[in-house]
Write a protein that binds this ligand. Structure first.
Ligand SMILES: [Zn+2]
Ligand SMILES: [Zn+2]
Length: 360
């Protein structure tokens, strides 16, 4: 639970409602920590909340109208959507008209909150996965095979999906295209792996952290630029002879956005994944794309990423460091300082821990 902005998260016992007809109670096995969680910890100025939005776990109980999953099945949780608006019906739930409410409203779309008896708010990204149990729906859970390492799959639900989905869905980067990735954290490294798997070349990683740049090179970047040491625009021009076809801007730094405008080729596209880096006009032909969750439909895209992982083409296990659930504040600090690219908290074993649930 987050009670005060900037204070450590606290682990407490809370009372969660049982699943409604369209809901699924999930016992969490693990959860990734994403930068959005860290930003909320620093800035949230509302009632106490449960954060976490990269959960993986096992279905414990399903509501009456749930058809696609059963008790005991392993699932990965992703972002929430309404399922009814035009964007959702057209197969683009990341563009859901109620995306903000559904993911950042800390309540169900009907305004209710399953943790109300404890005076706490949940439903963050339709999950609040920094918990032993949560309620999800069929729209934000993805069934996965039983033989897979479930705890490792947790971060697929947001950060890795966003990076890879931007390359493969939002931009549809073709073979031979040139690409620069500004910011090689978990999202950027997922983009690098996806760019390599579609045959982009060159793939230029840009970061201030030399360890992350080294990892980018190992995972498929053809060049790395340390922008604390080197001038990004002139280095990219030197590497490519002109500019790049695609820039993924993940730093949120307005100066990097300006650099992106300078290096993107005519007909090229800048994908803004962090908060847009301020206003600025784009010279003729260049496109700017605001990206949410890599325009991925989790039920299709996460299995695709798992298949790539199994084929050795999306080795995201290299990004992950595991922590015990009780080490949550250490894991958050390590992610904030860039020491850990993708922390994953171990919450319970995939086989279950014998904890009893009480339903009222
Ligand atoms: Zn996230
Ligand atoms: Zn919708």
């Amino acid at each position: 639970m987050l009670r005060q902005p900037g204070s450590p998260l606290e682990i407490e016992s809370l009372e969660l409602e049982g699943p409604r007809d369209e809901e699924v109670l999930v016992r969490l096995v693990a959860t990734g920590i994403c930068h959005t969680d860290i930003d909320f910890c620093d800035d949230w100025d509302g009632p106490p909340v449960v954060l976490g939005h990269e959960g993986a776990g096992v279905v414990e109980r399903v509501g009456k109208s749930v058809k696609s999953v059963e008790r005991g099945e392993p699932v990965v949780l992703s972002y929430q959507s309404c399922g009814r608006c035009r964007q959702c019906r057209d197969g683009h739930p990341a563009g859901c008209e109620r995306f903000f409410e559904a993911n950042f409203g800390f309540k169900r779309l009907d305004g209710s909150n399953a943790l109300h008896r404890s005076g706490v708010r949940g439903h963050f990204f339709g999950q609040s996965s920094f918990a032993t149990h949560t309620l999800a729906t069929e729209r934000n859970l993805v069934k996965v095979s039983r033989g897979l390492p479930l705890e490792l799959l947790a971060p697929l639900g947001c950060g890795l999906q966003t990076g890879a989905g931007t390359v493969m869905n939002s931009l549809g980067v073709p073979k031979g295209a040139s690409m620069a990735v500004f910011g090689t954290g978990a999202v950027g490294l997922a983009a690098v792996m996806a760019a390599r798997s579609v045959g982009a070349n060159p793939i230029i990683g840009v970061d201030l952290n030399s360890r992350r740049l080294q990892l980018a090179l190992e995972l498929g970047a053809t060049h790395a630029i340390d922008n604390g040491q080197e001038e990004v625009v002139s280095r990219i021009t030197e590497i490519t002879g002109s500019g790049v076809d695609y820039v993924l801007e993940i730093t949120g730094d307005p100066r990097m956005y300006q650099a992106a405008i300078q290096v993107v080729n005519p007909q090229g596209t800048i994908a803004l994944i962090a908060n847009p880096g301020g206003p600025g006009s784009l010279p003729g032909g260049r496109k700017l794309l605001g990206v949410i969750q890599g325009d991925a439909v989790p039920q299709r895209f996460i299995p695709k990423l798992i298949a790539l992982f199994q084929a050795g083409q999306f080795p995201f296990d290299r990004l992950v460091k595991f922590y015990d659930f009780r080490e949550i504040n250490q894991a958050m600090a390590d992610a904030k300082h860039g020491d850990t690219i993708k922390p994953v908290l171990r919450i319970s074993s995939a086989q279950g821990n014998g904890n009893k649930l009480y339903f009222h």
